[in-house]
Design a protein around this ligand. Structure first.
Ligand SMILES: Cc1cc2nc3c(=O)[nH]c(=O)nc-3n(C[C@H](O)[C@H](O)[C@H](O)COP(=O)(O)OP(=O)(O)OC[C@H]3O[C@@H](n4cnc5c(N)ncnc54)[C@H](O)[C@@H]3O)c2cc1C
Length: 433
């Protein structure tokens, strides 16, 4: 029997966390982490590469609430992670009963609710020095204020944790994976590794795809090369995009916003999905994400139509159409009203992620081939689990994942009907151009 070896495709949070947990648990194992972008490149296509990401445990779903609390404990306490976490608090504006649902989850899980409050709107407007007094509160009764939530320096954490994994023995390979290698000519045998664009093969007993938004396209190519449609992603996930934008604040405004928490606004349906803003980066940049989510359906070389990131190697992430620049301007207006009008929002980016209809991750063997696994996807909420998600991937590889999680994160699981979903990437990017 060959010693177990691992090739992980994709060095976002899913892949990097998996590499770290594998090498920590099996220090002598061969673990290779492959990504088209090197860990120190100034710009990467990973959804996980970002100025900052929200690290919250404010979930309606008690399972994700529990997982996020466990992740937050690591963000707060572990010397590897703590330098990147900021406990700024969160200010969550929702026209639903979200605030009481979150408080209920904390109670159910036996966690301290001392930092959480359900604040009536008029009082909430005075919180945090009145930073959100001009926000839109249509249909909102209570705002959730959770002083224990926060955010993380995403690219800083991604870079440092990759470095740590390499220090512990992970091999990092920069390059593009073009396809998979199988024992049988037609992909009927076990998956035994990956084929790089330059023709090199990296072999392993376990191949794990953590390829984010690119996953449907990669597997479309595998299906075409093997003639086996079982590899296709089908309705399990699709590449979806959201726009982000940053404004450089002047020193005086930055001082006023120094104590800003994360702000998330769940919108009434006519205003789109949610939008949000994150506290200032070290160089005083304020970031928003917009309320429009979209797909990018294209014809693959196979002839199939699927949503995938734009073809250029940088996913054309910096080419943001005016409609989506306007989307960020609106997010600013919804949150800061007139006071945000003077800020010039300059850096816009489209961030591509793999969206699953249930919002759940896929952490599972791929049913089409032995030795092939998938660990990615969700609904734009995976970053915060960075410190712990790899431990669940390792459990999945070992077959010890708790049955409820194994079922929830399975490759083959029930797919909810999305046709009635209001917030789903119905819009095509080309229609926003
Ligand atoms: C706008 C936006 C905001 C978000 N905000 C938050 C937030 O505040 N908090 C939160 O918890 N989550 C947030 N998320 C979700 C979070 O970013 C994702 O869940 C998470 O980053 C996904 O990680 P991943 O490892 O699956 O994919 P990615 O981070 O996208 O990584 C995939 C990697 O695979 C590589 N790759 C793909 N194909 C190949 C190939 N063929 N060969 C080589 N390499 C390849 C890519 O280069 C990339 O580095 C947000 C997402 C978006 C889009």
């Amino acid at each position: 029997m060959a010693q177990p070896s691992y090739v992980i495709v994709g060095a976002g949070v899913f892949g990097t966390s998996t590499a770290l947990h594998l090498i920590t648990k099996f220090p002598d194992a061969s673990v290779t982490l492959v990504d088209r972008n090197g860990p120190a490149e100034p710009s990467r296509v990973a959804a996980s590469w970002d100025w900052n990401k929200v690290v919250r445990a404010d979930y309606r779903d008690a399972t994700y609430c529990a997982l996020a609390l466990a992740a937050q404990d690591v963000w707060r306490q572990d010397p590897l992670w703590a330098p990147f976490f900021r406990q700024s608090g969160i200010f969550w504006i929702s026209p639903t009963a979200f605030a009481s649902e979150v408080v209920g989850n904390y109670k159910k899980l036996g966690r301290d609710t001392g930092g959480l409050a359900e604040v009536p709107v008029e009082e909430a407007k005075k919180e945090f020095g009145g930073l959100f007094r001009e926000a839109e509160y249509e249909g909102v009764r209570r705002v959730l204020v959770n002083t224990t939530s926060g955010w993380a320096d995403a690219k800083g954490a991604l870079r440092r944790v990759t470095e740590r994994a390499v220090e512990l023995g992970v091999r990092f390979v920069t390059g593009e994976v073009e396809g998979l290698v199988f024992e049988g000519e037609k992909g009927e045998g076990a998956c035994v590794g990956v084929k790089m664009r330059d023709g090199e093969r990296i072999e392993a007993t376990h191949t794990i795809l953590s390829t984010g938004a690119y996953t449907p396209k990669l597997l479309d190519g595998v299906a075409a090369a093997t003639g086996r449609d079982e590899f296709l992603v089908g309705e399990r996930m699709l590449a979806a995009g959201v726009t982000t934008g940053l404004a450089q604040l002047d020193d005086e405004t930055a001082k006023e916003f120094a104590g800003m928490p994360v702000c998330i606004q769940e919108n009434p349906p006519h205003r789109g999905a949610d939008n949000g803003s994150l506290p200032l980066t070290a160089d005083n940049k304020l970031k928003w994400w917009g309320q429009t989510i979209f797909r990018n359906t294209q014809t693959m070389p196979s002839g199939r139509q699927i949503s995938a990131p734009p073809a250029p190697s940088d996913y054309a992430q910096w080419k943001v159409p005016d409609t989506l620049i306007e989307d960020i301007r609106l997010a600013n207006q919804f949150t800061f009203g007139k006071r945000g009008e003077a800020w010039e929002i300059k850096e816009h980016r489209i961030c591509w992620d793999a969206w699953a209809p249930s919002g759940d991750f896929i952490i599972s063997p791929h049913s089409a081939a032995k030795g092939l696994y998938v660990a990615t996807a969700g609904s734009f909420h995976g970053f915060k689990f960075f410190p712990i998600i790899g431990s669940y991937v390792v459990q999945m590889l070992e077959g010890t994942l708790e049955p409820d999680l194994a079922k929830r994160w399975a490759w083959d699981r029930e797919i909810p009907d999305v046709s009635k979903k209001t917030f789903w990437p119905w819009t095509e990017l080309k229609d926003l151009m």
